[in-house]
Design a protein. Structure first.
Ligand code: HEM
Ligand code: HEM
Length: 589
């Protein structure tokens, strides 16, 4: 009895102290308003929203392991003779950077594991950024007001690639030196300034004695600092603009539905962090990566066969390998198109297109609204097809980066393979575009059939006349709503007598929207329009909307409804106990 009274008094004192601390913070910082907004932030629970977090947590792993590596890595290029425990390299001349990488691998406690974790995390980081970007692209989550965040994200992408490249150049082994040699070649190919740029970067003739020492602060200070700052801005924008969400009962353009930051999202996200760290740790423990001792120290006169860069720079390697050997001599200077085009102009163009896409799409679709409900990729056939064409182009370049390995593995002619990739690079993207567009329309057709007739069951009926028919089961109201509540806007028209740019815009808009909706969807257009009115919040008066399931609550300001509606609401709008508590918060804009 006495003990429980003492414990209660202790708890009360603790609560009081915490409250005083919070009040003190609130007098100085926006702790109450900011904290409340953050705690009440709704996170959609669709798995694809975890890809951004995957990128975030692999970045955290990189930061932690990177700090450990800096304790032992020595970025000097002074030549030393190796006397360490790795027998095959004993007595060889090598840079201090390479020797210290060997030391980390063979002598520092846990060094090899941490190096491998660092490298695996870098691969996962680049991969998850790419997948995250594709999710944003295909669902249209880049549209206003998130277009600014798309720009921040793209910059993160570019800086991450630079960070990865500078990282794997640090050990100064034969593979990383070959990568730096290519980087020097690319710089040299830039007209007028190329020679000066290469001399400036390498501090003299390649490889010089400076490059590793120069890359080091870039890799451990400047670029990570920039990445951290950009990630912070990126996440502040995610919180401020709030997430998009996929269509479903109760999810409109005016609210955001998901799990609250605390406790559900925080618990799930912490779990994800440990899973990411655990999986990378496991990979690093069982799968060897970048065994620099096998490659040997860098020597400009040597090159290893079947050398492959980290996968995220493979597309550049591929574009260099596919480009035919064109060069021109102008006023006594050689223009190396075979390097300039694939390694400077092409990636510049690819990234510029990615940066500009949200603004281009907005221009041709005339989107003045702020869509917060994600698109189903099949319902935007042109965008989805463009994405598929882009992935095909990138994929061919990536595969071409390993053309020697593929030719060797499958014992096919290297030249024949290179020509096959060249043809695929030109014909693959248009083929992927046409195929994907068709596929999107077919998938729309299927959605429309499901809405009209329901899903086929495995039962077949035979009538007394002997005819057979498949049995159908009506879709659940929530599934039906999910499919029907999609927007299908129309193209822009150019006003009478409009000038060139506006006519071009209208023409592009027609291209974007032409045949963007399958004929079957048109027949259920009436239901669609009503459902869309519900999603955009325009049809607030029509509570018993045909398409929105009965009992779905749309009035944000009255959280309590009638008892009859309660059960349906819990099931359809996400308050069911099994999936945990969802919240819905009104959008700010
Ligand atoms: C996005 C962030 C980062 C990426 C993508 C990245 C990538 C890489 C890669 C691929 C390597 C080569 C690893 C190997 O030898 O197999 C490397 C090496 C290294 N990284 Fe990072 N890194 C990142 C952040 C950091 C940070 C924040 C630090 C330090 C604070 C750091 C410190 C180092 C050091 C010292 C090495 C050389 C050691 C070695 O190669 O064994 N890295 N990095
Ligand atoms: C270091 C790299 C990155 C990190 C750590 C990161 C992290 C995140 C996180 C955690 C979210 C919220 C959850 C989600 O929607 O997945 C998010 C959302 C977002 N990210 Fe990234 N991201 C990165 C790169 C990118 C890139 C490359 C792009 C696009 C080019 C991008 C564009 C966006 C957009 C537009 C949103 C808002 C999505 C929505 O509300 O549905 N991010 N990011």
């Amino acid at each position: 009895m006495k003990h429980s009274r003492v414990r209660a008094a202790r708890r009360a004192a603790l609560r009081k102290a915490a409250q005083r601390g919070f009040e003190a913070a609130d007098e100085r910082l926006p702790a109450a308003s900011g904290g409340r907004a953050l705690l009440r932030k709704a996170f959609p629970e669709h798995w694809s929203f975890l890809l951004g977090e995957l990128a975030l947590y692999s970045f955290v792993v990189l930061l932690l392991t990177g700090v450990y590596l800096t304790l032992f890595f020595d970025a000097e290029m002074t030549q030393v003779r190796y006397h360490g425990p790795y027998e095959p390299l004993r007595g060889q001349l090598m840079s201090t950077a390479y020797a210290s990488t060997l030391e980390i691998s063979f002598e520092v406690r846990g060094g090899l594991l941490i190096r491998q974790i660092h490298h695996w995390a870098a691969l996962l980081f680049a991969g998850s950024i790419g997948l995250h970007m594709l999710r944003i692209f295909f669902t249209g989550a880049f549209r206003k007001p998130r277009d600014v965040n798309w720009l921040v994200g793209m910059t993160l992408f570019v800086v991450a690639l630079a960070e990865g490249f500078s990282g794997y150049s640090l050990p100064d082994d034969l593979l990383s030196g070959t990568g730096l040699r290519i980087a020097e070649g690319v710089m040299l190919s830039i007209p007028v300034v190329g020679t000066y740029l290469a001399l400036f970067v390498f501090g003299g003739q390649f490889p010089g004695h400076e490059i590793i020492e120069r890359l080091y602060p870039l890799h451990i200070l400047l670029l990570p600092g920039l990445l951290i700052a950009l990630v912070v801005v990126h996440l502040i924008l995610v919180v401020y603009l709030q997430h998009t969400h996929f269509s479903g009962p109760g999810r409109t353009n005016k609210n955001v539905v998901g799990h609250a930051m605390v406790p559900q999202f925080a618990a799930r996200s912490t779990g994800l962090f440990f899973m990411v760290a655990g999986v990378i740790g496991l990979l690093a423990a069982v799968a060897q990566i970048n065994p620099v001792w096998d490659y040997g120290p860098y020597d400009p006169g040597k090159v290893s066969t079947a050398a492959q860069p980290d996968w995220y720079v493979g597309f550049l390697e591929g574009s260099l390998r596919l480009m035919p050997p064109f060069e021109t001599t102008l006023f006594g200077h050689t223009l190396m198109w075979n390097v300039l085009v694939p390694a400077v102009i092409l990636p510049g163009l690819m990234f510029s297109l990615l940066y500009a896409y949200p603004f281009f799409e907005r221009w041709i679709t005339g989107g003045d609204e702020t869509p917060h409900v994600c698109d189903r990729p099949r319902n935007r056939p042109v965008r989805t097809a463009l994405g598929a064409a882009g992935i095909t182009f990138y994929g061919v370049l990536l595969l071409a980066g390993g053309n020697d390995v593929i030719a060797d593995t499958f014992t096919v002619s290297l030249n024949g393979l290179t020509w096959a990739f060249r043809v695929a690079l030109v014909l693959g993207p248009p083929a992927a575009y046409l195929l994907t567009r068709r596929l999107c329309l077919s998938l729309q057709e299927r959605d429309a059939q499901r809405v009209s007739h329901g899903d086929e069951t495995s039962w077949v009926r035979q009538s007394v006349e002997g005819t057979f028919s498949a049995d159908h089961e009506q879709l659940s109201p929530s599934e039906r709503y999910r499919l029907v509540a999609q927007r299908f806007p129309g193209p822009l028209e150019a006003p009478e007598g409009a000038g060139g740019p506006r006519r071009l815009r209208a023409a592009l808009s027609h291209w974007y929207y032409r045949d963007a909706i399958s004929p079957a969807w048109r027949t259920i257009g009436h239901q669609r329009e009503r459902a869309h009115a519900a999603v955009s919040g325009a049809g607030r008066g029509s509570r018993q909307d045909v398409s929105e399931p009965r009992g779905t609550r749309r009035n944000e300001s009255s959280p309590r409804g009638s008892r009859q509606q309660g059960a349906a609401r819990r099931a359809l709008s996400g308050r069911s106990g099994r999936t945990g508590k969802r919240i819905r918060t009104p959008r700010r804009r």
